[in-house]
Design a binder for this molecule. Structure first.
Ligand SMILES: [Zn+2]
Ligand SMILES: [Zn+2]
Length: 367
């Protein structure tokens, strides 16, 4: 009893410690709010027009930034659907086999019914021992969260959360708005920063807030800009941070561009079909996080059905398969067609159609 008790205390302490970076950021943001709004705008700026404009723009950026940060922190990472978990009988079967090859044989049989295209470096089915599941494409086990995370990008200590399929858009917006926040402060604080050095600011404590505000905002701007540009490049190439470090392995071999559909479609996969939702921290990413369109699927001779097909749902139904009858949502399949559509979402009608054509469908979409 004692070891498990001490282990849970240790875990509890760890969980508290993980919040320290988030608290650190929150304190800096709170101080920056006080320094900018009270010390700079209200105390130091004399021109009313300038004051009002600065305060208005500042608050819009501040709200968007805090909203995106909040969403990145508190959106739970998505885990693989139950279809990817081993059934009780499969678990027993796997435990009985001690040889790697016969275990692989069992896993390959299960994987046949799932939309899994990626493999380990040695060509084996990707299996998570800890979660007892077949890892969907782009899914990885996070040692901090102790869970398999869909389209895992990285575990971010600054948000104390895994960045993955469910919150990658929020993370991108968090980077964008925090960069905008720092750039705006740097730009509007510049003239008062210069006044500090020419001794033309009144001798109050506000001048030191103005000084440190400029230093911290410009410093954060540089690091945030590099991180934001890097992630824009990743989105453009349709790679996660993990995939940029180690390229995904498909049945036909390593392919670092295996999930790329072209820059604009790659952005749509993360930010959604409707431009109006792009800057807002609400979920609008396409897909279910378990399967991703890949233009190279057709090269895979063992792949049961192809998202490139004109009508994968009816094709799959004709063959009597269960899961791969529809490896991709309509929104994902649309990414594979050449015409971009910035139109209103037709997800409701899609759903009706899905229900009618495939009532036995068990995949849950995020909607
Ligand atoms: Zn796992
Ligand atoms: Zn994690």
């Amino acid at each position: 009893m004692a070891p498990s008790g001490s282990r849970s205390i240790k875990k509890g302490c760890q969980r508290v410690l993980y919040w320290i970076p988030v608290l650190f950021i929150a304190l800096i943001v709170a101080w920056s709010y006080y320094a900018y709004v009270l010390q700079l705008c209200i105390e130091s700026i004399e021109d009313t027009g300038e004051k009002v404009i600065y305060l208005l723009v500042y608050h819009v950026i501040f709200i968007m930034f805090v909203w995106a940060y909040w969403q990145t922190i508190f959106t739970r990472p998505m885990n693989p659907l139950k279809e990817f978990h081993l059934s009780y009988s499969d678990k027993e079967l796997l435990e009985r086999e001690d040889r790697g090859e016969s275990q692989q044989e069992i896993l390959r049989r299960i994987a046949k019914d799932l939309p899994i295209y990626t493999r380990t470096n040695s060509g084996a089915i990707r299996f998570c021992d800890r979660c007892q599941l077949l890892k969907p494409d782009r899914c990885h086990h996070c040692s901090v969260c102790d869970k398999c995370i869909l389209k895992m990008d990285h575990h971010c200590p600054w948000v104390n959360n895994c960045v993955g399929f469910s919150n990658y858009k929020f993370f991108m917006l968090f980077l964008a708005y925090s960069l905008l926040y720092c750039l705006f402060i740097t730009a509007t604080d510049l003239q008062y920063f210069i006044k500090f050095w020419t001794n033309s600011l009144p001798d109050t404590q506000a001048k030191f807030h103005i000084l440190f505000l400029f230093f911290s905002a410009s410093m954060f701007s540089v690091s945030l800009a590099s991180l934001f540009i890097y992630h824009c490049w990743l989105v453009c190439k349709n790679r996660s941070t993990l995939e940029a470090v180690r390229s995904p392995v498909f049945r036909h071999g390593i392919d670092k561009n295996g999930f790329s559909l072209g820059c604009s479609k790659n952005f749509r996969q993360v930010f959604g079909d409707e431009l109006k939702y792009w800057p807002i921290p609400v979920f609008s990413s396409l897909g279910d996080g378990c399967s991703f369109p890949t233009c190279l699927v057709n090269l895979d001779p063992e792949q049961p059905s192809s998202p490139m097909g004109s009508n994968p749902a009816s094709k799959g139904a004709a063959e009597g398969r269960q899961f791969p009858t529809k490896p991709l949502r309509e929104s994902q399949s649309r990414l594979l067609t050449s015409t971009p559509s910035w139109t209103e979402s037709d997800s409701a009608t899609d759903k009706d159609r899905k229900g009618a054509s495939n009532p036995g469908m068990t995949i849950e979409n995020e909607a």
